[in-house]
Every structure is written in C-alpha cells, then in structure tokens.
Write a protein that binds this ligand. Structure first.
Ligand code: SAM
Length: 250
C-alpha cells in the first residue's frame, strides 16, 4: 500500500518510522511519502493560509499550494502504477473513523492524507478532488485537535495492522474489539499472562482449565459485560440474532 501525506509539519509524521508501521515500511509492505506543503507556496514567506471569506477569526488554508502538492503526489503515484487513489481528509466534521472503515481503507492500494491546520482547507480543494477519486472525510473523535497529523497517525496505524503479513500472527486481530464478525459491536474483555499469582491477585480459574468451550464462553461473557458497562450504545446496535441463548440469560 502507498501512503502520501501532505502537511506543513513533516516532522510530526516521524512516528511512521517506528514500531509496527516502521517495520511494515522496512519490509516494503507500506510505501510512505511525506510532503512539505510549503514547497508549493508561491511567495518568499511560504504562505499557505489566508483570511476567511465572510470574515471571522482564524485562517483558511489556500487552494493553490494544496492543489499543486496533491497533483505532484498523484503524478508520481500514477507514473509508478500504484492503482487508484483515495483522498483521506481528517476533519472533526467528518464521519467517525471506525474499525469498519479501517477495514475498507486497508483494501485500497493508495491513500493520500490531507491533514490541515488553522480553520481547515478551502472547501474547493476537496470538491475538486472528489470529482476524480473517492474522498473520505474522517473524524477520529468528538473533539477538536490543532491539526490533522495526529489523526493521520491514528488512521495509518489502524489500517496498517490489517494489511496481510504486517501482524506476526494473522489471527491476532480476529478477536479484537470491533473486529468484523462475532466482535463487531463488542469490546474485548480483560487479558492475563504469567505469572499466575501477582501481589496476591490470581487469574480467573477458567483460563487454566484448558477447556476451549468454557474459555470462549467466559471471554464472550466478559466482552458483553464490559460493553454494557462502557458502551451500551454498541449493545443496542447488535441485531437480535447476534445474541445466543446464554447471552440473553446474562
Ligand atoms: N474549524 C474546524 C472545525 O470546527 O471543524 C476545526 C479545525 S482544526 C483546529 C484544524 C485541523 O485539525 C482540521 O482541519 C483537521 O485536519 C484536524 N482535526 C481537528 N480535530 C480533528 C478530529 N477530531 N478528527 C480529525 N481531524 C481533526
């Protein structure tokens, strides 16, 4: 998968060299290109923002630098035959970023991110590229960040771990919170490892039983309990047939 990020803070994307995403890059599973938007500014001050039409506080990012930067990234990707791109626009006014959307994005060959600063990007930029490719306006939560770079890191990490071969054990995201299938609207319950006793605290006996059926049942019950406590809205979203007889007895 190819990722392009256009930003006025390229150094903010340094974490893309670390851990799971960094390893995926080193293995050639992710091809990441970070571009400095100011390289496409026209004046000697490298200006990328201007006052908003209609007045009001704050500044708006200008069309020109964004258009030229995106065209340049697109030309390079097309020349290398990457496939069809999708534009990912981080914004608090976007659709919520979910595991379901992470799965959808992980199936695309090429994502181009436009993390903004100030009051955001002149709307015409997004409308222009929406005529050429799918545009996903995504919010990582109901709060306002100073810029979209942290959102790019969040989306990239969630997507990268779903790419084939990126996680050591391909099964390991199957039981995650929100994983498509049995966990689609559930949060994962608690997990434990050795030693069996720590500061007087032991682990649930069933986990030592070796009985796969009972362990699966316990995990399901814990997931349901945790979801009901922390995210009752998710339980309400489950279709009635998603619950088995034992779930209903809880
Ligand atoms: N005036 C904008 C609004 O109220 O919708 C907020 C602009 S914010 C200060 C600057 C940039 O940070 C946004 O354009 C976006 O790129 C990013 N950003 C802020 N909060 C975000 C969120 N919850 N999810 C994704 N991106 C966000």
């Amino acid at each position: 998968m190819r990722l392009d990020v256009v930003t006025i803070f390229p150094e903010y994307l340094e974490p893309l060299n670390v851990s799971l995403v960094g390893k995926a890059r080193a293995r050639g599973q992710l091809d990441v290109h970070v571009h400095d938007l100011r390289e496409w500014a026209y004046d000697r001050h490298n200006t990328v923002d201007d006052t908003p039409y209609g007045g009001g506080p704050g500044m708006v990012m200008k069309t020109g630098p964004w258009g030229d930067a995106l065209d340049s990234a697109l030309a390079d990707g097309y020349e290398r035959g990457v496939g069809s791109p999708a534009l990912i626009v981080p914004t608090p006014s976007g659709r919520p970023f979910t595991q379901e959307l992470a799965v959808e994005l992980s199936e695309r060959p090429w994502l181009i991110f436009t993390p903004a600063r100030y009051e955001g990007i002149d709307r015409r930029v997004i409308d222009e590229y929406a005529t050429r490719m799918p545009v996903y306006e995504v919010s990582i939560g109901d709060y306002v960040l100073a810029g979209g770079e942290a959102a790019v890191l969040v989306v990239t990490e969630a997507v990268a771990r779903l790419l084939p071969g990126v996680l050591g054990n391909a099964e390991s995201h199957r039981d995650d919170s929100f994983a498509p299938g049995a966990m689609a609207n559930l949060l994962e319950g608690p997990v434990y490892t050795k030693p069996p006793l720590w500061r007087g605290r032991d682990i649930p006996e069933v986990l030592l039983s070796g009985h796969h059926g009972k362990i699966a049942r316990w995990r399901r019950d814990e997931a349901l309990t945790r979801t009901a406590a922390h995210r009752p809205d998710l339980i309400e979203r489950c279709a009635p047939e998603a619950f088995d007889k034992k779930d209903r007895e809880m």
